[in-house]
Design a protein around this ligand. Sequence first.
Ligand SMILES: O=C(O)CCC(=O)C(=O)O
Ligand SMILES: [Fe+2]
Length: 314
Amino acid sequence: MNVTSVTQTVPKIPVVDFSQEDCLKPGTSSWLSVRGNVCRALEEFGCFMAVLPNKVSPELHDSMFGTLKELFDFPIETKVQTPQEKPILDGHLTGPFHESLATGTDSEKSRIFEHHFWPNGNDQYRETADAYRKVMAELNQVVTRMVFENYNVEKYLDDHVQSIVSTFRFMKYKKPEKMGTGQGLSVHTDKTLTSILHQNHVKGLEIYTKDNKWIGFDPLPSSFLFMASDGFQVWSNDRIPSCKHRVNLKENEERYSFGLFSYLKGVTRAPDELTTDDHPVKYKPLHMLDYVQFYMANYLNIGDGFSVKEYCGV
Ligand SMILES: O=C(O)CCC(=O)C(=O)O
Ligand SMILES: [Fe+2]
């Protein structure tokens, strides 16, 4: 009898290294090589781990998580009064295992958020949050440009970028009381265009692959998880899948994370170039801010797994 050895390959979240000089400069050879890696990863996984050691120092990382602990330690009365505007993308939210605090990213909203918690301001919070927000917004712009170039639709890039509106959201997860799949955040895709996440050392974020496997995100102090979300799936006419993920808490420590969640104002639709006879249009035009409000208002009935295909698929 022949014994055949079977090698099982465990998929891994693709890692894209942004440390090479010039890779953030369009047209350079390192830009083109990173662009290839980014676009392959997005089409295959809907996400990738971006490593930016030159942009995020361990000191910045530690300072941010120090200030986030202080933020979540405010009394619940202060947290629930976090300023919130319509359409609701900011403010305080709670779930059974986590809570989040979110602020708009423009300077006025950032100032109001900071002064809600610290009436005299807080330099550590402001400086670290600003530094992260800048790096994450730059990463968002760079990746968006790479994707538009990849599909030869750069002519739409400026209008697209001008319509992006973002929220900066901080999250704290309790220590798990018991082991359980999905404890933390259950399986979902984000109702955003893109989400960029950063976290402390406590693992738990997992992404779902095309071949039905869950893979864990192994963070580094200088890494972000870049996720394409529902809006990108609609825009790309299904070429880039919305990354399905969950938070599965297993470590006996509090987990902190934060993200830049970006939306497109107005209507999102695939460019004509991405809707062809052999790839016909898959979605009705999507008004993303209405979609988010619909999801939040109907959450109890439609649940976490509600997809953009159910909302506006043709
Ligand atoms: O905390 C994380 O790492 C993930 C958060 C998340 O998936 C979300 O807020 O939609
Ligand atoms: Fe998410």
